[in-house]
Design a protein around this ligand. Structure first.
Ligand code: SF4
Length: 401
């Protein structure tokens, strides 16, 4: 089995189709453009790496010369291909953001001797299972430091999302690195997980208990099994979300391909693009369908009212007639409408020994019990043998261009 990384697993969780494009089918992105945010993050990481690397040789950079280094690598790397997604922003805004991150970090941590740096961009391998060597992860730690037998995993972030304490306490990436560090060194007594939110000049820290690390290992193994299963079945559904804005495969993705074609066409041309007329025709008919359904509801209510008032069950028109029948329908509580009464009735039926006669298999409940792991092991395997998968296609009308 291949070695996984946190970013691969996150990619799968965020959008299985993106994972397929990137890691399974290895599709070359149509543009392959780097975003300005990615470019800025890389340059800031490089500057901090340089700072700590040279400290090993007792060279402490002054802030001004460090910023000059930042400017040099920025100018060497920036090019017209770099993608600025957010409207109204230019290169200078991203440059200034990175510069501020470096200045704030420098002022906060100078002379950078809080702990001893033992690794920069260090590769760490994590064995998730004691029984099998199959489940392995790898990652790169921005900076690994130690003080006596306390180790610190530092991760630099230049994005605009500041993790909450709860998010930090449940973060997978650095906690996995902790497992790797404990496997790599025998003197580890404590590990501090530290995120440096450079844009906010703020540290977020977290620690893990042994129980949390054991649970994380199991959860990660289960997730890897899910990914391997998706690979076996070749099933990678798309999952739209905020990350679509930055996805390098939008032009290929079935969620966006046609949308982008229409968006990029000239105003007087888009109507000629195949599919556009179909959408408008379908949306128009669905709107008419709703209008007609509302009219039918109103007419039906008037018919029933008229028949009741006249005490008749047949109303004669010019070419048609309406037959109006009123019947009593028997109903019992359902799970979704009245769970409490449903449970009481269920108990009565079970105690009365007639439950088997009147109950039925719920496809929905059975499927979710399997998915959520409420039914597992051999029993789940036996049930799975009866599963039939069929394709259904829905069409919904949405707004927007
Ligand atoms: S554009 Fe969105 S839905 Fe499509 S592959 Fe990328 S992340 Fe997934």
């Amino acid at each position: 089995m291949q070695i996984y990384s946190h970013s691969r697993l996150s990619c799968y969780e965020n959008c299985p189709l993106h994972f397929d494009y990137k890691y399974v089918s290895r599709v070359k992105p149509p543009e392959g453009k780097e975003t300005a945010e990615q470019f800025t993050g890389k340059r800031v990481h490089e500057v901090l790496e340089k700072l700590y690397k040279d400290l090993r040789y007792s060279k402490e950079w002054g802030l001004d010369e460090l910023l000059r280094y930042y400017k040099t690598i920025w100018q060497q790397g920036w090019n017209e291909e770099i993608l600025i997604v957010k409207e109204g922003l230019e290169e200078k805004h991203f440059f200034a953001t990175g510069k501020k991150c470096i200045e704030d970090y420098y002022q906060e941590y100078k002379p950078f001797d809080q702990t001893r740096t033992i690794g920069l961009e260090s590769r760490i391998v994590v064995r998730l299972s004691d029984e099998s060597d199959d489940y392995r992860m790898q990652g790169y730690i921005d900076r690994l430091s130690m003080d006596s037998s306390t180790y610190e995993i530092h991760d630099y972030k230049t994005g605009n999302h500041l993790k909450t304490q709860e998010e930090a306490d449940s973060d997978r990436q650095l906690a996995l690195y902790q497992i790797g560090i404990e496997q790599a060194w025998s003197d580890v007594k404590q590990v501090n997980l530290i995120w440096h939110y450079l844009n906010f000049n703020k540290e977020v820290r977290s620690k893990r208990t042994r129980h949390q690390l054991d649970s994380l290992r199991k959860e990660t193994i289960a997730l890897i099994d899910d990914v391997e299963d998706a690979k076996d079945r070749g099933r990678f559904p798309s999952k739209r979300g905020n990350l679509c804005d930055y996805c390098e495969y939008r032009e290929l993705c079935p969620e966006w391909k046609h949308v982008l074609t229409v968006q990029m066409s000239l105003a007087n041309e888009y109507e000629r693009i195949p599919g556009v007329a179909l959408v408008e025709e379908y949306a128009k008919l669905k709107a008419e369908e709703k209008e007609i359904a509302d009219k039918i509801d109103k007419a039906r209510a008037a018919v029933v009212k008229f028949a009741k008032a006249e005490g008749i069950s047949v109303i004669q028109g010019k070419h048609n007639r309406l037959l109006v029948r009123t019947d009593l329908r028997t109903g019992f509580p359902t799970r979704s409408a009245d769970l409490s009464d449903y449970r009481k009735l269920e108990r009565i039926l079970k105690d009365g020994g007639v439950w088997v006669e009147v109950s039925a298999i719920s496809n929905e409940l059975l499927a979710s019990a399997l998915t959520e792991g409420k039914i597992s092991g051999k029993l789940a395997q036996k049930i799975e043998e009866f599963k039939k998968v069929s394709e259904t296609t829905t069409v919904r009308v949405g707004k927007g261009v």
